[in-house]
Ligand binder design. Structure first.
Ligand SMILES: NC(=O)c1ccc[n+]([C@@H]2O[C@H](COP(=O)([O-])OP(=O)(O)OC[C@H]3O[C@@H](n4cnc5c(N)ncnc54)[C@H](OP(=O)(O)O)[C@@H]3O)[C@@H](O)[C@H]2O)c1
Length: 470
């Protein structure tokens, strides 16, 4: 799931941060993206220049752009809730994102939160030699094993919601994975409503007595730890329980992150009822096939986080930019959202708020096949095979126009949106053309990339000349 390029090889199935960053940096330099990256640019607005139809980031000094990928992610600033009595607690309080280098050997560690970061904090505590770790979770999430086959089967629910058969995987997980720890399974939250935690060891740590996993509500911090209302399974948040003091020397807040804002996008993308995540394929705002909010409208899902879907969405954007005839109309984008919401109106996780990997593939495949104009892109979009077949757009138009094309149509089709897309010349992929228009501020384009000659479809030009002769 972390292999974002064929050349990327990791030693582990779940590589560590350093290894991922090393590979990203390597690719970034290999593709000369370092020359085209400008850091320290807090983006407050993007807008479309009406004359050129191109996107401008803040002001024109950064250049103009055919398309925008918003990749701000889902985890922004750390959520560090202030809890009553925190000042009285003598130990250190860290956020789960700030654990590197912290010495917690032989300490009693309290982890607040029951999500994936809490589980990672426990892994850190165990590896660092903590004496005892206790998780204080307000609610239970499903935990599923790190097993490619099991995870693929779980995400094989094409409906992307709870069905009458959802009890089957839930029962199997309880029987073969949770076993004696069934009390930790969510009772009121189905498997297909929320992102599960993918982990193999955490339940083992509970069995070994290294970890206590308690469900309940934090009352306040005390000098010796945290006063906690321990609830039985099924009792809702704030419900009755047993009040107890959890002793601890160090507290880790695994309380999540604030979602980064997408407010730099134009206002019309937030119009009701098509606010994110209610966008085309969850990622393209209605009426904007040139904005791909890749993985930042994502809320919950099974098997949907990884390079694969990010690549799929990016290639869809490239298809829309390179071949304007493939772009869905705003009306179709709305119909698709309405249709998905109607089909999943009873889904407890929400229609576009939760989806499975197979449902995502169905969305994408359905949308590629629903328009014959997109068929020639199937291999490119689904697998990244081949180059962008922009030069074939000429052939298609040639056929569509009954063997004659307007003179201005030297690229095969006039863009509906911008009218300024520069497609690849000489049958080459158009990545370079797309990138050439995105030169960093103050850097003349000619110094970085050779200007490509205008694209001329020699076969159709020849045919046109022959037709004129006739
Ligand atoms: N290896 C991985 O793939 C990996 C690792 C880490 C994170 N992630 C992803 O990153 C995202 C963030 O994960 P996360 O675990 O940092 O955050 P998260 O999923 O938002 O979980 C936060 C946890 O903190 C609890 N919480 C929040 N405020 C609290 C408060 N004031 N008092 C008590 N409990 C509180 C929440 O309880 P409630 O649920 O009751 O609100 C929840 O259990 C998720 O999408 C996750 O899947 C992935």
């Amino acid at each position: 799931m972390y292999r974002f390029h064929p050349s990327v090889r990791f030693k582990n199935d779940y590589p560590y941060r350093d290894a991922i960053i090393r590979e990203v940096t390597d690719l970034w330099k290999r593709y000369r993206l370092d020359e085209r990256t400008e850091f320290e640019v807090p983006v407050h607005s993007i807008w479309k220049d009406e004359k050129t139809g191109k996107w401008i980031v803040q002001d024109p000094s950064y250049g103009d752009f055919d398309g925008v990928i918003a990749a701000v992610g889902t985890c922004g600033d750390a959520k560090m809730s202030h809890m009553p009595g925190q000042e009285r607690f003598p130990g250190q309080i860290y956020h789960s994102s700030d654990l590197s280098g912290k010495d917690i050997r032989d300490k009693n560690v309290i982890v607040i939160g029951g999500g994936a970061s809490a589980v990672e904090a426990v892994e850190f505590a165990v590896q660092s030699g903590a004496a005892q770790t206790t998780i204080l979770a307000r609610s239970n999430k499903w935990i599923i094993p790190r097993n490619a086959v099991v995870d693929a089967l779980l995400s094989f629910n094409i409906f992307g919601e709870e069905t009458e058969f959802s009890w089957v995987p839930e029962k199997l997980l309880k029987l073969f994975f949770y076993r004696d720890l069934e009390d930790l399974t969510p009772t009121k939250r189905g498997l297909y409503t929320d992102t599960p935690i993918v982990n193999n060891d955490i339940l083992e740590q509970v069995r070994k007595g290294k970890l206590k996993w308690l469900r309940g509500d934090i009352k306040e911090f005390a000098e010796s730890g945290i006063i906690f209302n321990h609830r039985a399974n099924g009792v809702p948040k704030g419900g009755p329980g047993e009040e107890t003091t959890i002793k601890g020397d160090i507290c880790i807040m695994a309380t999540g992150y604030h979602r980064p804002s997408l407010s730099f996008l134009p206002d019309d993308v937030f119009k009701e009822p098509y606010k994110p995540p209610n966008w085309f394929l969850q990622t393209f705002p209605i009426g904007h096939t040139d904005i791909c909010a890749n993985n930042c409208t994502y809320i919950n899902g099974i098997g949907t986080v990884g390079n694969i879907h990010i690549g799929l969405y990016t290639r869809l954007l490239l298809m829309f930019l390179a071949d304007p005839r493939t772009r869905p109309s705003a009306a179709w984008m709305r119909i698709w959202v309405d249709w998905t919401r109607m089909c999943k109106r009873a889904a407890p996780g929400g229609a576009l708020e939760f989806f499975t990997y197979s449902e995502l593939m169905w969305w994408i495949i359905f949308n590629i096949f629903s328009s014959p104009r997109r068929w020639k892109w199937i291999f490119f979009v689904l697998w990244g095979w081949g180059s962008i077949p922009a030069n074939h757009a000429g052939d298609e138009n040639f056929i569509a126009n009954g063997n004659s094309r307007p003179k201005s149509d030297h690229r095969g089709s006039e863009p509906r949106g911008t009218g300024n897309e520069r497609l690849g010349a000489n049958g080459k992929p158009t990545y370079s053309a797309a990138l050439a228009s995105n030169m960093p501020k103050g850097q003349p384009r000619e110094t970085n990339l050779k200007e490509e000659p205008p694209f001329v479809d020699s076969r159709s030009q020849q045919a046109r000349e022959e037709k004129q002769k006739v």
